[in-house]
Design a protein around this ligand. Structure first.
Ligand code: AKB
Length: 338
């Protein structure tokens, strides 16, 4: 255990090495992190992209593709050591408990989502990092928020621990930027759909599970009701939003809390209809659980004009293109692994 004063002196005596410019992804074994690391390694072959998480991934290809550090984002000294060891200048901090999991463990949800955020924000404030990305979510909105075409700025009254932590986190992003010039970038993820890695404990996870069940069993029981529409995005677009926002010219980033980014919206019945176009025998039924109430408080569609205007955000995939790509890739993946 390092005494706080010694710890602070140690940080102060080791300022950022602006020559190295390497990249660290915290929470790299999750749904977004896995694909983000792979994309960053391809995009930046001359940089070291360090993947880190509380424990290693079971995906061998991922583990062999570059350095991995076992890292607890709640341990600031460990974060500092990894930053120094690899000459890190940019951090993508994806470590979080998502909406459904955080409702089951509110204290830890708040702790991980806030203290982990502060640890990385503080490393940047102390001059050890040049730029950071931290994801927010549509969960920052709540029951009083306009549900359709939800604007960038409007009433925000989140009713989940996850949403409250994301809204508080956004305010801290803006505060650190205004007060200490921390160059932080953030987008509000909608529900994310992917085949390379599974989501972990969100309300929008049904939109991934449905594909696995369609291919394996030809049927799915949705934990959200038939007409529960939510904003969604295919993972390649989410990765694009993440990297584009971090790499955009700082002068373009007018919003330093977090940007709305959207792609398409659907409800479980509409998603099932899009799957049926390729698998006519597919069947869906509905058995809503506690996640229904969470979804009821969220927007149904997002207005992302500010991100489009400020830094040129645009999505590539619509619902049909996403469904086609998911089915193709997941069938291939499941044929190999099962
Ligand atoms: C969740 O469902 O908790 C996440 C999110 C929308 O941030 N996918």
């Amino acid at each position: 255990m390092v005494h706080k004063a010694v710890f602070q002196r140690r940080f102060a005596s080791q300022p950022f090495n602006f020559m190295a410019e390497n990249i660290l992804v915290v929470g790299a074994c999750g749904q977004v992190g896995t694909e983000l690391v792979l994309t960053l390694r391809e995009k930046h072959p001359n940089k070291i992209v360090v993947a880190s998480d509380i424990k290693p991934s079971s995906n061998e290809e991922f583990m062999q593709g570059g350095p991995f550090e076992t890292l607890d984002v709640l341990n600031k000294e460990q974060c500092f050591d990894v930053v120094k060891k690899h000459g890190i200048s940019q951090v993508y901090n994806l470590a979080a408990l998502l909406s459904a999991t955080a409702e089951k463990n509110p204290e830890f949800g708040w702790k991980l989502n806030m203290e982990g955020h502060f640890n990385i924000l503080d490393l940047a404030r102390e001059g050890h990092l040049k730029r950071i990305f931290w994801p927010s979510s549509i969960a920052v909105f709540g029951p009083s928020t306009p549900k359709q075409n939800t604007p960038q700025d409007c009433i925000m009254d989140p009713s989940t621990v996850y949403g409250i932590s994301k809204l508080a986190g956004e305010r801290w992003c803006e505060y650190y930027h205004k007060r200490w010039g921390v160059d932080i970038r953030s987008v509000r993820y909608p529900g994310l759909i992917s085949y390379k890695s599974l989501p972990g404990g969100g309300t929008t996870d049904y939109a991934v599970e449905i594909f696995y069940e369609a291919i394996k069993n030809g049927r799915y029981t949705s934990f959200l009701g038939a007409d529960t529409a939510l904003p969604m995005m295919y993972m390649p677009d989410a990765i694009k939003a993440t990297i584009d926002s971090l790499e955009a010219d700082p002068d373009l980033m007018k919003v330093r809390s977090s940007y709305n980014v959207g792609a398409f919206s659907f409800n479980p019945e509409q998603l099932a209809g899009a799957i049926k176009k390729h698998m006519p025998e597919f069947e869906i039924d509905y058995n809503p659980d506690f996640r229904q109430q969470i979804a009821n408080g969220w927007p149904q569609s997002i207005n992302d004009q500010t991100a489009r205007n400020d830094w040129g955000w645009s999505n590539e995939y619509d619902l049909d293109a996403m469904v086609f790509d998911m089915l193709e890739n997941l069938k291939r993946k499941l044929a190999v692994t099962e």
